[in-house]
Ligand binder design. Structure first.
Ligand code: SAH
Length: 402
């Protein structure tokens, strides 16, 4: 049997149901657990704490599967966890063909993300597509069981893997993509989210193909877009741009440095039958373009800033803070009085409090009075485990300039 015994008093976080065991909390390891093998985690006094997946190469040396002493980790365990995750989505999420079915720690399956896309076609023979990212040794070892549980619970036979994420290096795992079950995915799947159709390229798109986490925020932009001129920075395949067009924006200017993403965005305009004249797509650096637009005297009624993760880790927080301040400063200056700024950060290393400070600093430097109308975050299919604040990454603010 594989047993991990912790140093004295290192059991505290596990008793609070935090699901990670750091290497420096471990006193000794008995047995020779392979990568991903199940270990029993004990307190220094020998008390059972959890069953966890061992990861010999990672600083996060074990990730908890279960705090229940009587729960073995087997195929039935994964079936239960997958079914529970699915039941939560079925009860809580509607109106979308793009949903996160499994969100790692929050679903008791640390290290795995699964998104589901459903083709937007009439009738009941719509093609479904599951897309997975396995990012830790435990879920890698149980991949087959998780995939079997997913296809059984959803009835969707098609599963594609997008484990091309650098974080796997820390687990001693190679990057890998490819078919896990069913048929090869089509070039793109058109998914309908809140009445807007989006092409999703699960093979080559970012993450699993689409930023599912911004669904509620795109819907919010849709409700505020009528009659407004909109600027969407870091638009990717046009998520917020299309939502704004659907909501009745008079003009939408979108910026991204990926020509491929912009090509898909333009296909999305067509797929929705929107007037292409209303949209301008700029293949450019957002930092420079924001400044240029401001200098040219352009002004907007609604600005969206949804940049990529600027702070990959704690060491990058200062530099990232300057980058967030830069875009927010110019974004605020580009707004007409009464205009709305939807601004986001998906850097886990920058918490909601710090993000708000950065944006407040940007408003002060822009010499505008900005009011926070709403604090924003990811949708209910991206829940945050109460015991695991590290799980929070996407935060946003809806501001209005006076
Ligand atoms: N808002 C989008 C997701 C944005 S992801 C949605 O709802 O789908 C971040 C995007 O920023 C990516 O598409 C990436 O290509 C783009 N990007 C990264 N650095 C950039 C830069 N310096 N200037 C412009 N775009 C950039």
């Amino acid at each position: 049997m594989n047993i991990v015994t912790l140093k004295p008093s290192k059991e505290k976080s596990l008793l609070r149901r935090h699901p990670w065991v750091y290497a420096n909390a471990i006193e000794r390891v008995e047995g020779k657990p392979a990568s991903g093998a199940t270990v029993i985690v004990r307190a220094h006094d020998g008390r059972f704490l959890a069953r966890a997946a061992y990861s010999p190469h990672s600083q996060i040396r074990a990730r908890v599967w279960s705090f229940d002493e009587n729960e073995p980790i087997d195929h039935a365990f994964f079936k239960r966890r997958v079914q529970r995750a699915l039941a939560h989505r079925q009860a809580m999420v509607s109106g979308t063909g793009a949903v996160r079915l499994i969100f790692g720690e929050a679903d008791g399956l640390p290290g795995v993300i699964v998104d589901y896309y459903k083709e937007d076609v009439a009738g009941d023979n719509a093609r479904g597509q599951l897309v997975c990212q396995f990012m830790a040794a435990g879920v890698e070892a149980w991949k087959e069981a998780i995939v079997a549980a997913l296809t059984a619970a959803t009835g969707c036979p098609n599963v594609y893997e997008r484990s091309d994420v650098s974080i796997r290096q820390k687990e001693g795992l190679e990057q890998i993509t490819g078919l896990l079950a069913g048929d090869e995915p089509p070039e793109t799947i058109i998914a309908n989210e809140n009445g807007v159709r989006y092409h999703v390229d699960v093979r080559n798109g970012h993450k699993t193909g689409f930023y599912v986490d911004q669904r509620d925020n795109r819907a919010l932009v849709q409700t505020h877009a009528a009659g407004r001129e909109v600027l969407n920075c870091f638009c990717y395949t046009g998520g917020f741009s299309l939502a704004a067009m659907k909501g009745g924006a008079t003009r939408v200017v979108s910026i991204d440095s990926s020509g491929e993403a912009l090509a898909t965005a333009q296909k999305n305009v067509q797929a929705n039958g929107f007037d292409a004249e209303r949209a301008t797509w700029l293949d450019a650096d957002a930092f420079k373009t924001l400044r240029r637009l401001h200098e040219e005297g352009e002004r907007f009624d609604l600005v969206v800033l949804d940049p990529p993760k600027f702070a990959a880790s704690r060491e990058h927080v200062d530099r990232a803070a300057r980058a967030y301040k830069d875009i927010n400063l110019t974004g605020l200056k580009l707004l007409r009085p009464g205009g709305l700024l939807f601004t986001y950060s998906c850097s886990g290393a920058i918490d909601a409090e710090l993000f708000q400070k950065i944006v407040a600093g940007a408003a002060a430097d822009a010499k505008v009075d900005a009011r926070i109308l709403k604090r924003l975050g990811a949708g209910v299919d991206h829940p945050l485990l109460a015991a695991f604040p590290e799980g929070e990454y996407l935060k946003g603010l809806l501001l209005q300039v006076l």
